[in-house]
Design a protein around this ligand. Structure first.
Ligand code: FE2
Length: 268
């Protein structure tokens, strides 16, 4: 069974710059160390965008340094807090399609992994969009799956979550993207951006999203402020790829994992 680690919304800042009092590098290191310790058999780590907080080369360099000598291949993606040019300056060997978008296809025996670049517009424009070229790329990626189960990764969700501050900056042409994905009922979609663990389905597409290793979104369905954050435990995702599908686990980090047996019961 193939195992994949997923981390989204790392938001690396320059040294000593914190987000709601949290150090994103320290939080990332906690998650990264925990993932490598507990899942050394993972075959890939996918970083699902918002690699940095401001898209600066120094921030990408800090992340690159932190990943130095990683024993597991790392596949980076972009989010709204990233700047494609600055990212490529530092991650010179990162995947890119012919048009320069940071996206990639990986074929496994039973699955096709498709990572997509949903970044749109200049820094400060936080909604995402798949332009016509990327829609064509995605269409071809799905069509070429050759019987494999498509697992699609994109930073911006193409659906609403009820958290209106973030729904206002989701994927602008989400319905078109969902309708394309829904053509294969086996597609599972993974997203970031919201900084919360959520699952559901939209227009026939099943999806899962994960928390950030750093600051989390707030479960507030009324406040339109997209910057609302809370210091809940960080987390990363663990995907188990089975021949007939995928299982998505979320693992919290940053507190003591003391495993205990409940002597009064044989099970949970
Ligand atoms: Fe983010």
């Amino acid at each position: 069974m193939t195992k994949i680690i997923v981390m989204t919304d790392i938001h690396i800042t320059k040294k000593r710059n914190k987000i709601i009092g949290l150090d994103p590098m320290e939080r990332f290191q906690n998650a990264y160390t925990s993932a490598l310790r507990d899942h050394p058999d993972a075959s890939l780590i996918i970083l699902m965008g918002d690699l940095t907080h401001h898209g600066r080369p120094i921030q990408y360099q800090r992340l690159r340094d932190a990943l130095h000598n990683c024993p597991i291949p790392v596949l980076p993606m972009l989010g709204n807090h990233d700047i494609r040019e600055a990212f490529r300056e530092v991650f010179t060997d990162a995947p890119a399609d012919e048009a320069g978008f940071v996206q990639k296809i990986i074929d496994l025996p039973h699955h096709r992994l498709i990572t997509i670049d949903t970044k749109d517009g200049p820094f400060g424009h936080h909604a995402g969009r798949l332009c016509a070229a990327r829609m064509d790329w995605l269409r071809a990626a799905l069509a070429g799956a050759d019987g494999r189960i498509p697992l699609v990764f994109m930073h911006h969700p193409p659906f609403k979550t009820g958290i209106i501050g973030m729904d206002n900056i989701n994927l602008e042409n989400g319905d078109d993207v969902l309708d394309l994905l829904a053509q294969d009922p086996r597609v599972h979609l993974f997203c970031g951006h919201i900084h919360r663990t959520i699952s559901g389905s939209s227009r026939g597409v099943a999806w899962t999203m994960f928390k950030s290793p750093c600051h989390q979104g707030v479960l507030d369905f009324l406040d339109p402020d997209s910057s609302l954050s809370v210091d809940e435990p960080g987390a990363y995702g663990v995907l188990l790829l089975t021949p007939d599908g995928v299982v998505a686990h979320s693992q919290d980090v940053g507190f003591t994992h003391e495993i205990q047996r409940d002597s009064g019961s044989a099970t949970h």
